[in-house]
Design a protein around this ligand. Structure first.
Ligand code: ATP
Length: 619
C-alpha cells in the first residue's frame, strides 16, 4: 500500500496510507485535512493512474505545491520524492519498491534492498474514515511506536538550535542514533572541492581499520541520492562484525551533499519506520545546512562589503614616493604571500592593505582585525573561532581567519599581539590549518595575511617582545608607507580631497583655500600624518562655514597645531553641534531675519523655527 509521510514545522510527523487516491486540503472532506488558512480548500491530490503510476496534482491552489523549490502543477511521484504544501512536508513512499529488492554487491556477502520492507505493525496507520489530520500535533496518541515519534519531533526541534555546520552535523548524528538506537555512525559532507569529509562521528574512528565502513554503500547513497538499508545475514555471525547498515543521503536539489551512515550488530535494528524517520531527519538537516550556509555567505558578503565601503574613499597618490609604493602594491598583490606594512601612525597603512586585496582579485572577503583593540582573553577565539562549550558562554562561531577564506586577513597593529598568541598564528602561517577553540577538528584555509605596525618591530624582536620567526613568516614582502612630511606634494591634493569629502558628507558648501593657507599646511611636519591633516581640515571646515580658508585661519589654529590624534578626536564636533553653529551663523548673517536665514541654510521657515527651538537659538 502506498503512503505519504506528512510532517509539519519540523515538529511532528504521521504516515498516511492510501489505496487509489488521496486528496489534500483545508476542507474537512479531504483525506488529509490541513488546518491552515494558507492551504486551499482542495489544494492537491495524488491519483493512481491506469499505467500504475502515482501522479501529484495541484488543484490551482493559492500557495501551490512545491518540489525542490519549484512550483509544480502535476508530477509523477517516485518512491522517496518529497514535496511541500505551505509548511507541511510530504514524502511519498511506494511500497512496490520493496517487492523488487536489488542485490547490488554479490561479493559483499550481504544482501540489501534499496527500498523498504512491507509495512509492519510499527507503521503508523491513519484511519482515513474516522479522523482527518486537523492538527498533526494532536494526533500523537494514535501512534503505535510512540517511542519513535517523540524522539523525531524532539530531534527535529533540536536541529534548529545549531548555529554552525559542525554543530548541526553533531545534532543530526545524535538524533539519528537516538532514533534508531544504532551503535555507531558518522555524518560525512561534501566540501567545495567535492571531497566527502567526516563532519561528526560516534563510537567510530575512521582511521581505525577494524571500524570498517561499507564504502560501496556510501558511494551508492551519494550517487543515487537514495537511502540504503542492509540487514546482516546469518553467515556473519562474528560478534565484532557489523551486520546491519542504514545510510541516508542529505539532498540538495535532488543531489546528495552528504551521507548519514549508521551500523549495528543487530540484524533487525533498522526497520522500515526507522529508515523513514531517518530520511525525514536528513531532509530537514539538509534544508537547515543550506540555511546555515546561506547565512554564513551573507555574513561574509556583508563584512566584505562593509570593509570595502569603509575603504571606498579615494586614495590620493601624487608624490613620487607614493606612486612607487602603489606600483609595488600592484606587483605584489598578485602573489599570494604575506606582506608586512611598516609606517608611522596615520600614514595610510590600512589603505595599503585594502589596496593589496583589491588588486589581488581574490574572491573572498577582506577582513581587518585590530590586534591592539581586542582583549587578550578573547583574541584567540576572535581569530580562530570557537566551538560551543570551549569556555563559558562560548558559541559555535567562525573566527576572522575563516571569514577571510579565499580573501585577505589584515592584522593591524600586529606588534601588539600577545606573545602567548604569536606561536598560534605562526602555526597557521606554516601549515595553513586552524582549529576552532575547543574543537579537535582542523580546517585548511586559503587566506592571504597582511600585517602592519607603526612600532619599531626590529627593536621589539631584540627585546623579545615580538617573535623573530613570526616576523620572518609575515614579511615575505615588506612595504613602507612614507610619513606625510616626506611627501609634501601630497598635501595639496589631500587638502582639496578632504574638504570636498566633508562638504559632501555634511552637506556644507565646499570651502576654498588661499595659496598662502596651502603653503602653511605644506610646511607643517604632521606628526600624526594624513589622519592629523584630515582632523585639522575638519576643524577648519567647521569654522569657515563655507568661507575661503585663509592663512589667518591656519594661524588661529597654529597654537593648537600640535594637537595629538586623541585631542583631535575629543574636539571632533557632533553633527548636532555643527548644525547648531551653522544655523547660528545663518541667523547672524541675515541679521536675525528668519526667512533669509532659512533661505541661507536651505530649509523651510517652519523647520528653521523648530530647530531654533531645539537649539535654544533666538533671532
Ligand atoms: N593617501 C591617502 N589618501 C586619502 N586618504 C588617506 C590617505 N592616506 C591615509 N588616508 C586617510 O587617513 C586616515 C588614516 O589612515 P590609515 O588608517 O590607513 O593609517 P594607518 O597607517 O593604518 O594608521 P594606524 O597606524 O594608526 O593604524 C584614514 O582616514 C585614511 O582614509
Amino acid at each position: 500500500m502506498p503512503s505519504v509521510i506528512v510532517s509539519q514545522d519540523a515538529q511532528n510527523y504521521r504516515v498516511v496510507e492510501f489505496t487509489a487516491s488521496l486528496t489534500i486540503g483545508r476542507d474537512s472532506d479531504n483525506d488529509i485535512v490541513l488546518a491552515s488558512p494558507q492551504v486551499s480548500r482542495r489544494h492537491a491530490s495524488i491519483v493512481h493512474r491506469e499505467d500504475n503510476e502515482f501522479m501529484l496534482f495541484d488543484h490551482e491552489s493559492t500557495n501551490g505545491v512545491w518540489l525542490d523549490n519549484q512550483r509544480v502543477t502535476g508530477v509523477r511521484l517516485q518512491h522517496g520524492m518529497s514535496f511541500r504544501i505551505v509548511n507541511y512536508f510530504f514524502t511519498f513512499i511506494d511500497e512496490r519498491h520493496d517487492s523488487r529488492p536489488s542485490r547490488v554487491f554479490s561479493d559483499s556477502g550481504a544482501s540489501y534492498s534499496t527500498g523498504r520492507q512491507p509495512m509492519t505493525d510499527e507503521t503508523i496507520l491513519f484511519n482515513l474514515e474516522s479522523e482527518p489530520i486537523a492538527d498533526i500535533r494532536t494526533e500523537r496518541e494514535d501512534v503505535s511506536e510512540a517511542g519513535s515519534i517523540t524522539p523525531i519531533s524532539q530531534q527535529l526541534q533540536e536541529l534548529q538550535r545549531a548555529d554552525s555546520e559542525t554543530g548541526l552535523g553533531e545534532l543530526l548524528l545524535a538524533g539519528a542514533l537516538q532514533l534508531t538506537k544504532a551503535q555507531r555512525g558518522f555524518l560525512a559532507l561534501l566540501n567545495d572541492k567535492g571531497e566527502l569529509l567526516y563532519t561528526a562521528t560516534h563510537s567510530f574512528d575512521p582511521r581505525n581499520e577494524s571500524h570498517e565502513v561499507r564504502q560501496e554503500v556510501v558511494h551508492q547513497v551519494m550517487d543515487l541520492g537514495r537511502s540504503i538499508r542492509i540487514a546482516g545475514t546469518a553467515k556473519e555471525t562474528r560478534k565484532d562484525r557489523v551486520r546491519s547498515v542504514l545510510a541516508v543521503p542529505l539532498l540538495r536539489e535532488n543531489k546528495a551533499i552528504g551521507c548519514l551512515y549508521l551500523d549495528d550488530c543487530c540484524s533487525t535494528i533498522f526497520t522500515a519506520l526507522r529508515q523513514s524517520s531517518l530520511e525525514i531527519l536528513a531532509l530537514h538537516g539538509a534544508v537547515l545546512l543550506d540555511n546555515l550556509a546561506n547565512r554564513q555567505r551573507l555574513q561574509r558578503e556583508r563584512e566584505s562589503l562593509q570593509s570595502r565601503l569603509a575603504t571606498q574613499d579615494e586614495t590620493i597618490v601624487r608624490s613620487d614616493k607614493m606612486v612607487k609604493l602603489y606600483e609595488d602594491i600592484r606587483t605584489i598583490a598578485a602573489i599570494n604571500v604575506p606582506v608586512f606594512i611598516l609606517g608611522e601612525a596615520g600614514s595610510g597603512k590600512e589603505l595599503v592593505a585594502a589596496a593589496l586585496h583589491t588588486f589581488s582579485s581574490r574572491k573572498g572577503a577582506y577582513i581587518p582585525i585590530n590586534c591592539s583593540a581586542i582583549p587578550e582573553g578573547i583574541f584567540e577565539s576572535e581569530l580562530f573561532g570557537s566551538k560551543k562549550g570551549a569556555y563559558h558562554e562560548a558559541v559555535d562561531k567562525p573566527g576572522k581567519l575563516e571569514l577571510a577564506e579565499g580573501g585577505t586577513l589584515f592584522l593591524d597593529e600586529v606588534a601588539d599581539m600577545a606573545l602567548t598568541l604569536q606561536p598560534k598564528l605562526l602555526r597557521f602561517l606554516e601549515n595553513g590549518e586552524i582549529s576552532r577553540l575547543g574543537d579537535t577538528r582542523s580546517r585548511r584555509l586559503d587566506v592571504r595575511v597582511v600585517a602592519a605596525t607603526n612600532r619599531d618591530v626590529t627593536t621589539m624582536i631584540q627585546e623579545n617582545l615580538f617573535r623573530d620567526d613570526l616576523f620572518q613568516r609575515l614579511s615575505c614582502f615588506t612595504l613602507k608607507v612614507p610619513p606625510l612630511r616626506e611627501r609634501e606634494e601630497d598635501i595639496e591634493p589631500l587638502t582639496r580631497y578632504f574638504l570636498r569629502k566633508f562638504s559632501r558628507e555634511y552637506n556644507w558648501p565646499e570651502p576654498r583655500t588661499t595659496d598662502g593657507a596651502l603653503q602653511l599646511l605644506a610646511q607643517y611636519q604632521w606628526p600624526g600624518n594624513v589622519r592629523e591633516l584630515r582632523n585639522v581640515l575638519l576643524r577648519l571646515a567647521v569654522q569657515s562655514q563655507g568661507r575661503v580658508i585663509t592663512e589667518r585661519d591656519i594661524h588661529s589654529l597654529s597654537d593648537e597645531f600640535n594637537i595629538t590624534d586623541q585631542a583631535a578626536i575629543e574636539v571632533f564636533p557632533s553633527l548636532e553641534e555643527v548644525e547648531k553653529q551653522h544655523i547660528k551663523a545663518a541667523l547672524e548673517r541675515s541679521s536675525g531675519n528668519i526667512s533669509d536665514a532659512a533661505l541661507l541654510v536651505g530649509i523651510a521657515r517652519s523647520t528653521l523655527y523648530q530647530k531654533m527651538k531645539k537649539y535654544k537659538l533666538s533671532a
